[in-house]
Ligand binder design. Structure first.
Ligand code: GLN
Length: 456
């Protein structure tokens, strides 16, 4: 006889076939997931806090099982042989790993079209992007394959696809969840991010994953504080970042959400956002500079599929051909931009300037958070764009991160919760909190999400 958990997992696994076209998962392990469901169903099996929860993990995290591709041809056959800390902790807490989710190569991209293995499509309209780079995780949750997802968020890669697909996405404070086993893109901006369909599930996942880790020296050493449940929004003050240049539909949905939160007891004060386009430039300067050094290891010697070269050709030719063949255009573009930026003379000190601008921006956002519980704004400037619109306007893909990247530069917690629909597509409301106050932002977000769900 099969247990209720095995039946539930096997029903989820059946949905995988139906979503192949969307490109949600790169690899999956049906036999492993079912065997684990069976083992967890045994009366003597430990009942951890994530017992039996179906999990997908962005294929930028290493796993003992299968390959870890980073969405790149270069690592298409890479077997890490070890679970990333975040993955190990989720499994330890009882989660069942269904498979590895698709992503833009190395996490570089915001539209799901830069996976070297398969482009992704929005589940509600295949002519649209599901967002990126953790688009596969968002799709798996939106389609009910999985209940919990682990992704990475360097400039918005968890919150942005979560918002475009109508699920909850959370980026905790920098260092709050260990990055050991997360393939790096830009280490000072990379965060482990979480996705689920409710803030309560996000909180449970967060508590299971956060905490010190000897494998990551940037992981915070204090254990995480659990979020407290709050009944309503009385006593909560939100700072409304009236973000410019968002579509009229997004602006209207945001107005409605603000009015609803006020009606239910929140005090909403206005806050002028920093120059968000400038912040996005700073984000890209720092991200590309760090990517340049982070990706140096993919040379066909230490990591990656080595290109075949004629006998007698030197190391240099081997490395050049390996990179030329293995890495996609967006990755190459960023590595080249990073190389130029780090040449202080050629770039006029651009990297140093970006670092100064980052520090200024962090101070500015921190000052805006004084005396309030969270800053709020739409998570994206528009709902999921059409793929033809993205192809016609090369700037649009970057613009999708305009509202999420500031929280990465600053390092504080930020979460997106669904705020209804715009043009028949999901829209997200983002809350940004003070560095280290992850539990507080989760408590407020849970109360906001409940209210927004009940809203007409
Ligand atoms: N879309 C952003 C970029 O292309 C963010 C990526 C991320 O958070 N990994 O850089």
């Amino acid at each position: 006889m099969i247990s209720a958990l095995e039946a539930q997992i096997s029903a989820r696994l059946r949905r995988i076939e139906a979503t192949i076209e969307l490109g949600a998962l790169l690899t999956y392990d049906s036999a492993g997931a079912l065997a684990r469901a069976r083992a967890l169903s045994h009366p003597s099996a430990p009942r951890g806090p994530l017992w039996g929860r179906a999990l997908v993990v962005k294929d930028l995290f290493t796993t003992r099982w299968g390959v870890t591709t980073a969405g790149s041809r270069h690592l298409a056959h890479f077997q890490a042989g070890v679970d990333a800390t975040a993955v190990a902790r989720a499994i330890e807490a009882g989660a069942i790993l269904l498979g590895k989710a698709n992503l833009d190569e190395f996490g570089m991209g915001g539209d799901g079209q830069h996976s070297a293995l398969q482009p992704m499509r929005h589940n509600l309209d295949p002519a649209r992007t599901p967002g990126g780079s953790s688009g596969g995780v968002a799709l798996a949750l939106a389609e009910g394959l999985a209940e919990l997802g682990i992704g990475s968020d360097t400039g918005g890669s968890v919150r942005q696809p979560a918002a475009l697909c109508g699920v909850v996405g959370f980026k905790p404070s920098y260092g709050r969840i260990s990055r050991a086993g997360l393939i790096g893109f830009a280490p000072s901006l990379d965060h482990v991010g979480l996705m689920a369909r409710s803030v309560e599930d996000i909180s449970a996942l967060y508590m299971a994953l956060a905490g010190p880790d000897g494998r990551d020296m940037t992981a915070l050493t204090r254990p995480p504080t659990p979020p407290t449940a709050r009944g309503d929004l009385r006593g909560v003050t939100l700072g409304d970042w009236r973000a410019p240049d968002i579509t009229p539909g997004m602006a209207e949905a945001f107005e409605r959400a603000v009015a609803d939160l006020q009606r239910r007891g929140a005090r909403v004060v206005s806050r002028t956002p920093p120059d968000l386009r400038d912040a996005l430039r700073v984000y890209h300067d720092i991200a590309c500079a760090e990517a340049f050094s982070e990706l140096a290891r993919y040379d066909g010697v230490r990591f990656g599929a080595r290109a075949a070269i004629p006998e007698g050709a030197g190391l240099r030719q081997m490395v050049e051909e390996t990179r030329a063949l293995g890495l996609g255009d967006e990755v190459k573009r960023r590595v080249l931009r990073g190389a130029l930026l780090l040449d202080g003379e050629a770039s006029g000190g651009a990297y140093e300037a970006a670092r100064w601008a980052r520090a200024r921006l962090k101070a500015q956002i921190e000052a805006q958070l004084e005396g309030i519980d969270a800053l709020i704004c739409p998570t994206t400037p528009c709902p999921a764009p059409r793929l033809d619109a993205l192809a016609a306007d090369p700037g649009l893909i970057y613009d999708l991160d305009r509202l999420t990247a500031p929280a990465n530069l600053m390092g504080g917690p930020a979460i997106t919760i669904p705020m209804g629909q715009v043009e028949g597509l999901p829209a997200g409301l983002q809350l940004i909190g003070r560095v280290g106050e992850d539990a507080a932002i989760l408590s407020v977000a849970a109360a906001c999400a409940r209210d927004l769900e009940r809203a007409p």
